[in-house]
Design a protein around this ligand. Structure first.
Ligand SMILES: Cc1cc2nc3c(=O)[nH]c(=O)nc-3n(C[C@H](O)[C@H](O)[C@H](O)COP(=O)(O)OP(=O)(O)OC[C@H]3O[C@@H](n4cnc5c(N)ncnc54)[C@H](O)[C@@H]3O)c2cc1C
Length: 380
């Protein structure tokens, strides 16, 4: 059995690893991972690196719990420290409307297996002294944290390569054609024939689906990031806010080397090809102002780099995951709407389970492409 995976980001590399290490994998299993660039150099490398369940859509929560359990074991599984640190995730509240949002989320989250510690102003000042004194409350998710977006996809790919994964990087797929018993994947170097195809092409996933007459309303956007000069390490958890208005979103984390990585604010338009989103300097200025309000000690800190990445946003803000609605042997896992870094290991495990056993570990039915079957495929 030959499975081709189109897209070597976190979803593609994690799927390759879990396919090749699955106890029910047939002895004859061959997996080929194809990417137009370097492995892990798409949206994955650009990620902020937040491994958070707090604030997540509840339909993703079971998958997110499973994924977190894998993040905790990745170092052992992959033989590489991908810098996952369960430092906790604190979100502050600055306005009454946001306080209500936080309380509503926390009450509902409990039913989905996520317990948040709700903190009043005094708790916030005592436990997180770096946080603005204007915060009136906050919620802390102690087991969430962050990972290194530059390490995780290459680590999955290398571990899968030790199990026989064939990597075809710097190989652009230009079309896919269904055949009698599989798929022909066209590349400049010739056709790759596979029995099964997994579409993990990220923001280009819609294009791949359209080649096979399936449609999903996905738009590529570039969320914007920045990083400061290295500073003495004072901020342990990942930090964010309960923002009632999207414009108020700001988040940051301090890496062990001292730099503070930050993001938030409007996303930029981005072309799929070559998929490098441009940074809007005005957004950086707003982010710096918001960051200084959030953590006053960061005022005047130098920003040494800014970047963005090309991520696929589906209209209903849920990913496309599961079997195709039209082709046997075709599977999708794309369009993670800015939330896929946390889910990545879980997505890989889910896709391996679905492909090799036809069952899933958690409920992935809300993510099926079939929910958009009435859309007309666009030949993009
Ligand atoms: C700036 C930014 C910050 C983010 N922060 C967070 C965060 O903090 N927490 C979180 O949970 N999520 C975050 N995300 C989202 C998360 O990074 C993504 O959801 C996740 O990395 C998507 O992985 P992927 O494998 O689906 O896509 P990608 O990493 O984009 O991989 C898809 C791959 O497909 C390849 N490809 C596409 N078309 C073709 C083709 N025709 N031929 C060959 N190869 C092709 C591309 O080259 C690419 O490498 C962020 C995203 C961005 C952009």
């Amino acid at each position: 059995m030959h499975i081709a995976i189109l897209g070597g980001g976190l979803m593609g590399t994690a799927s390759a690893f879990f396919l090749l290490t699955h106890p029910k994998a047939p002895k004859s299993l061959k997996v080929t991972l194809i990417d137009r660039g370097a492995i892990g150099a798409g949206a994955t490398v650009a990620s902020f690196g937040n491994v958070r369940r707090q604030g997540r859509d509840f339909r993703q929560m079971a998958l997110a719990h499973h994924s977190l359990s894998l993040w905790n074991r990745l170092e052992k599984m992959l033989g590489c420290d991908v810098e996952f640190r369960a430092t906790g995730h604190i979100r502050g509240v600055f306005h009454q409307e946001a306080l209500q949002d936080m309380q509503n989320f926390a009450a509902a989250a409990q039913k989905h297996g996520l317990d948040l510690e709700l903190l009043d102003q005094a708790d916030m000042r005592r436990r997180f002294p770096f946080f603005s004194q204007d915060a009136i409350a906050g919620s802390f998710s102690p087991h969430d944290g962050s990972g290194n977006p530059r390490l995780v996809a290459p680590a999955f790919a290398q571990a899968a390569a030790r199990q026989g994964l064939v990597i075809r990087d710097h190989t652009q797929v230009t079309s896919v054609t269904p055949t009698k018993d599989g798929f022909h994947i066209q590349t400049p170097d010739g056709i790759i024939a596979a029995d099964l195809l997994l579409n993990t092409a990220g923001a280009c996933g819609r294009q791949v689906a359209a080649w096979l007459d399936e449609s999903a309303p996905l738009t590529p956007y570039g969320p914007q990031m920045g990083v400061t000069e290295p500073l003495a390490h004072r901020i342990l958890p990942v930090v964010g806010v309960w923002a009632h208005r999207p414009a108020d979103v700001i988040y940051c984390r301090q890496v062990e080397r001292g730099n503070v990585v930050f993001g938030g604010g409007p996303r930029e338009d981005v072309a799929l090809d070559p998929g490098h989103a441009k940074v809007n300097p005005m957004t950086t200025l707003h982010q710096i102002e918001a960051l200084s309000r959030l953590i006053p000690a960061l005022q005047g800190t130098a920003v040494i780099r800014t970047w963005s990445g090309c991520e696929g946003y589906v209209d209903d803000m849920l990913p496309i995951m599961g079997p195709s609605a039209g082709h046997e042997g075709l599977f999708h896992a794309f369009g993670f709407c800015g939330h896929g870094f946390q889910l990545g290991p879980g997505v890989g495990a889910e896709m391996a389970e679905l492909i090799l056993t036809g069952t899933s570990l958690t409920d992935t039915s809300p993510f099926h492409i079939a929910r958009f079957q009435d859309e007309t495929p666009k030949g993009i």
